[in-house]
Design a protein around this ligand. Structure first.
Ligand code: NAD
Length: 262
């Protein structure tokens, strides 16, 4: 069903796994796609074109630099006429280390991308949406922003901040006709993110996880009520719902995509 025909979605982190999967789904549902990432987007571009994207453009931009975000969003508005929906999703997982050994520079990097970067994009796009009197935003948080996982003090803090930003922004922007919600994926796999997380938790040498990655994988899955990791393809449907008129009375909500509450 092309329920987003004539609408434009701006997706950040669109070179990554989740951003790409969401972009492909919106391409199938008829939306125009403004795809923003600091990285090369060849793979995403090929997949959205194969999915029949009505209109698509890629933009290279570092979300942690407000001048770049301002310039890029202005260009998107010029190219597409308007932005109806924002999937504010670019992110960086950071190092895995206990709090007392965590690298301060990496902590700052995580905050710069996940919190300040997410704010920059939300700030600029919501200004445009407020002028138009309508819009829908979905921020990508994480279950790490709901319960503080061990060895991830940077990432966990940053995603708690994204949940807080979602709640405050939903209140500030409701009078402007803009809804702001969040999704919180937990363990997603198989693939690079899952394998990397398992390996890094094993290497972190904490009392919470084994030093054998295979055993860590079992320990992580044992935390999930549904006893499996999620597939990336299980994410876009929730984003589509939150952007759609079916969610017209829903704002300020953070939906776990986590096989239950960890
Ligand atoms: N995969 C998971 O298990 C999982 C779970 C919970 C939350 N998340 C969150 O989902 C979002 C997407 O993650 P993913 O799994 O697709 O990871 P990913 O690494 O595949 O994608 C992240 C994307 O963000 C981009 N990015 C990083 N820094 C940027 C910057 N400064 N400016 C612009 N773009 C930048 C990267 O280039 C990359 O394309 C992130 O916010 C992540 O924290 C992922």
């Amino acid at each position: 069903m092309k329920r987003f025909a004539g609408k434009t979605i701006l997706v950040t982190g669109s070179a990554g796994d989740i951003g790409r999967a969401v972009a492909v789904r919106f391409a199938r549902e008829g939306a125009g796609l403004a795809l923003l990432d600091i990285a090369d987007q060849e793979k995403t571009l090929a997949e959205v074109n194969e999915a029949g994207a009505a209109q698509v453009r890629t933009y290279q931009c570092d979300v942690s630099d407000y001048a770049q975000v301002d310039r890029t969003v202005s260009q998107v508005i010029t190219d597409f006429g308007a932005v109806d929906m924002l999937f504010n999703n670019a992110g960086y997982q950071g190092a895995f280390s206990k709090t007392h050994t965590y690298d301060p520079e990496d902590f700052a990097k995580v905050m710069n991308i996940n919190v300040i970067g997410a704010f920059h994009v939300l700030r600029r796009v919501s200004e445009h949406m407020a002028d138009r009197g309508s819009g829908a935003v979905v921020n990508t948080a994480s279950m790490a922003g709901v319960e503080g996982p061990p060895n991830m003090v940077g990432y966990g803090c940053s995603k708690f901040a994204v949940v807080g930003m979602t709640e405050t922004a939903s209140k500030d922007l409701a009078p402007c006709g803009i809804r702001v919600n969040a999704i919180s994926p937990a363990f997603m796999g198989p693939g690079f993110m899952w394998t990397r997380q398992v390996e890094l938790q094993a290497e972190a040498g904490s009392q919470y996880f084994d030093s054998d990655p295979d055993r860590v994988a079992e320990q992580m899955i044992a935390q999930v009520p549904m006893r499996r990791y999620g597939d990336i393809t299980e994410i876009p449907g929730t984003v589509v719902f939150l952007m759609s008129d079916d969610a017209s009375y829903i704002t300020g909500v953070n939906i776990p995509i986590a096989g239950g509450i960890l």
